[in-house]
Structures are given as C-alpha cells and as structure tokens.
Design a protein around this ligand. Structure first.
Ligand code: 4AD
Ligand code: MG
Length: 466
C-alpha cells in the first residue's frame, strides 16, 4: 500500500506493509519512510531491543526498506498515524560514507549534479508530482473541449520556425558524407515545433493538440531555456486570433486551478520554500506575492490584452527607458522585445499576465497572418510574472498567394513545404493555434527559479548528463 493511501484512509489496527526509502532514523527507533506517493513521510517505530543489531545498522538515510506492522494512531507530534514495526527487511543499503543525500539542506546546484538521486528530496518530489498533475490537466482540458491528441513527428525535414536552430539527425559517419546516402535520403532534424504538421491535422479533424518534446539548438544559457523541452500546441480550424487568445487564457487558468484543487500539500510545501528563498533576495527582486497567492491571482483575474504598438508607447515612456536602465533601449516601433521589457510590462506596469498581439511582421515567423496594414501580423504572446513569454501563437496565413510569397521571402525552398502550401490550395480556412512551453508553466506553478529544476534530466548547452 502507498503511504498516500495509508494517510488518506488510515486502516487503524490493521497489519500493513509499506516499501520506501529512509529519510532519517533517530534514537535507533523512529524511521521516517517516504515512498514518493506524497510529500509526507510515515513514521515507523522499531522495537530495537528485540531487533537484530546488524540489521538495525543497515537502516540508514537513503536505504530502501520493506516494513510490516500495525497501523496505529500516533501519540507523537507531527503525524496522525504510525506503524509499529513487527518486521522489516532492508531491500537496498545506502552506506553512510558514500550516500550524498544526507538529511541536511543541499543547494539546487549541487542537486543538479546528482540528478539521478534528486527525486528523493522533498523539493523535487513535489516538483515532479506537480509536473505530472499539470500534464494530466492538459490532457483533461483538451479532451473535455473536444480536441484530439495529435502526434506530430519528431524527426522532420523542415524548419517550422524558420529560425535555423536545429539539431541534425543523421546516420552518416562523423566525417560527413553525401546527404543522398543518408538514412532518409535527405537532410533531417529534430523538430523545433509540431505546429506545421499540427495544422494539417486541424484542417481535417477540426481541433487537435500536440504534447511532445521539441528541440532547439540555440546557445541560450538562461534560467528559461532548454535545448530539449516539452511543448503543447493546440491548432484549431475556424478560430481567429480573438478566439485563440480566449482559449489560451481559459486553458492556462484551468491547469492552474487543477493544481489548486488537487495538489494542496505539495503546493503548500513549495509556497514555504518560495517564501524562504525570497527572504534571501535583495528587496527590489523579491516577489510581492507568495506562490499560492500568485496562482490564485492568475486564475481569478482577466489577462491584460494590449497591441504591440501600445506596448511600445508604454515602454518608450517608462522610467527604465528614460533613465537608460534597460540594456536594450526602446527607441522606435519595430524593436524586438527583450525579456527585460516583457517583465517590466508584467511585473511593474500592469502587475498581471499580459497578452501582446499584432507584432511587426519583421520579427515574427513566416506563417503568421498578415494584417491589412501590410506591416503587422496576427501574432500573440502571453507574458507571465517571473517568467516572461510562456505562450507564443498566432492566426495562420490562410491565403495561398500571400503565404507563397512569404515562404519565398524568407528563403525556404518551395519543395520543402509543398505539402504545407497545399492546405491553402485545397479547402483553406481561417485557423489559429499556439504553443505553451510546458517547463515554463511548471516553473510558474512551482516557483522554481531555474528551468533546469523542473524537468528530470535537463539538456542545456554543454550538458547532457544522465
Ligand atoms: O514562441 P515559440 O518559438 O512558438 C512556436 O514554436 C510556435 N510554433 C507555437 C505555435 O504557434 N504552435 O515557442 C512556444 C513556447 C514559448 O512561448 C516558450 O514558452 C516555449 O515554447 N519555449 C521554450 N521553452 C524552453 N526552452 C526553450 N528553449 C524554449 N523556446 C520556446
Ligand atoms: Mg515565441
């Protein structure tokens, strides 16, 4: 039986067996056992006077145990029930001299170096259980809204974002060779986005969503970028940008509310962790809200919607721009927004999630629908406090001639995207979609400052261990 089950429906007086890992063992009597099913540990009380001394010595932090005994109401503080142990078996030893996870505070940096063991800590247990719950909420949401889960390929022959940040897939020898001789007979890469193939699905099934790994070979060593991350990409026929923004906002609120409703214990733990971490920061970098408070704020308030053009006006007149505090000063319309600008809008100016739309065509991808002004596209980004861009999406260019021109203008050979262009030739329609970076959502919901700490085994420039 899992500890979670035992704590939620305690079968007082019954004999139970529990298996897990020892968090601590004190006074040769009290074992704190955790099995990962929940944050809480179960106290197991050993009658050391009648136990084999050599076996007792094997109960150390990190060792794996099977414990059998009666479940009783606990007289001690900090727990409601405990097991009075009749019998225990050490399934796996963890010698004290070697085991790196002794019960004391470890830095997140150190835990990253032992990513194979960090799921056994309170923090990472909570983060990965919440990651699971969020993933479940994503599927729940789209299923109830009538979307179909669609599997876009991971190996592709096209650059979906046209940004050229792709990992090559090849079976040619490292010394190189003729592309025609390569496995697929052409150059292929790991996908940067499942969107283009997602659009093909939406043009037949109506509403689809992908939830898969995506890969970017961008050399960004930041707390928000991974080389391998998971993305959720819904794509909907007959949706314009307005409807796309409504869906994204509703979807994000649903996922966050799901955690508030179902993951209280882990959230409370991370809320405390977040509060402690804030105390160590300089006053001006501290979050004004607690973690749970932030989540509650997002679900219960409308996101601010603002055109790129209006955002530029606010940024131009902003204090950090006037006082030249931004690293990249905003001088004119057309400037690409950096994370310092996005965070200013969200954290200082509006103090709420912001949806920016109608960006200059020149700074956005080729597939976005051109507005009648000829210079902006129907793009939208959702910006979150502490995170910056969490969602990027758009209404797609559905006009064959306009799309063909844009593909040519960015220099993509038509042979590479003929199938994409054909959807505009045959039964084209208004359609839209967006991409949510799953790890950025997990970051927001757990309050973890570094994206490397919300995925079990992060891949970043220079690092692909485990
Ligand atoms: O804005 P992006 O590049 O948009 C797309 O890929 C579109 N094809 C999505 C669509 O319309 N279907 O990426 C979408 C989101 C970003 O907003 C961000 O949350 C996340 O993916 N993201 C990353 N997350 C972690 N590490 C990276 N290197 C990321 N790059 C983007
Ligand atoms: Mg983007």
């Amino acid at each position: 039986m899992s500890i979670k089950q035992l704590l939620h429906q305690p079968a007082i007086g019954e004999k139970v067996t529990v298996k897990g890992w020892v968090r601590s063992f004190r006074s040769n009597r009290f074992i704190a056992l955790n099995d990962g099913s929940c944050l809480a540990t179960l106290q197991c009380v050993v009658d050391f006077e009648h136990a084999d001394e050599n076996e007792l010595k094997r109960i150390t932090t990190g060792s794996c145990l099977a414990v059998t005994g009666s479940l009783l109401e606990s007289k001690g503080h900090g727990q409601t029930v405990e097991i009075i142990v009749d019998h225990f078996e050490v399934l796996g030893d963890a010698p004290v001299e070697d085991y790196p996870l002794q019960p004391k505070k470890h830095s997140l940096e150190f835990l990253r170096e032992i990513a194979h063991l960090r799921p056994r800590t309170n923090t990472f247990g909570a983060v990965f259980r919440l990651r699971h719950a969020l993933s479940f909420a994503v599927h729940n949401y789209f299923n109830k809204e009538g979307f179909f889960n669609w599997h876009s390929p991971i190996i592709t022959g096209s650059d979906a974002e046209g940004a050229g940040e792709m990992f090559r897939v090849s079976t040619l020898p490292a010394s190189g060779g003729d592309v025609a001789e390569d496995f697929f007979g052409k150059e292929t890469h790991l996908t940067v986005s499942g969107q283009l193939e997602g659009e093909l699905g939406a043009m037949g099934l109506g509403k689809i969503y992908t939830f898969g790994p995506t890969f970017r070979a961008e050399n960004s060593n930041t707390t928000r970028h991974l080389a391998e991350f998971w993305m959720i990409e819904p794509e909907m026929a007959f949706y314009d940008l307005e409807m796309n923004m409504d869906l994204a906002e509703d979807f994000l609120k649903y996922c966050i509310q799901y955690l508030l409703d179902n993951c209280r214990e882990d959230l409370q733990f991370l809320d405390q962790r977040f509060a402690d971490e804030q105390k160590g920061k300089p006053q001006n970098e501290r979050s004004e809200q607690g973690l749970i408070e932030k989540l509650e704020f997002v679900v219960s308030n409308d996101f601010v919607r603002l055109s790129y053009t209006d955002a530029i006006e606010i940024l131009k007149r902003s204090k950090p721009n006037q006082k030249k505090k931004f690293k990249y000063l905003i001088n004119e319309w057309g400037a690409d927004l950096q994370s310092e600008h996005e965070r200013y809008l969200v954290e200082k100016h509006f103090k709420a999630p912001v949806v920016l739309f109608d960006y200059p065509a020149s700074i956005k991808a080729f597939y976005m629908r051109l507005n009648d002004d000829g210079k902006t596209v129907r793009a939208m980004d959702i910006l979150f406090p502490g995170i910056g861009e969490i969602v990027g999406g758009s209404q797609r260019e559905e006009r064959h001639d306009v799309l063909k021109e844009k593909v040519a203008a960015v220099g993509i050979p038509e042979e590479e995207l003929w199938w994409y262009l054909e959807t505009r030739k045959f039964g084209t329609c208004v359609h839209s979609g967006f991409g949510l970076g799953f790890e950025r959502l997990v970051q927001f919901c757990t309050g973890m400052g570094n994206i490397r700490d919300v995925i079990p085994f992060p891949r970043t420039p220079g690092s692909a261990n485990f």
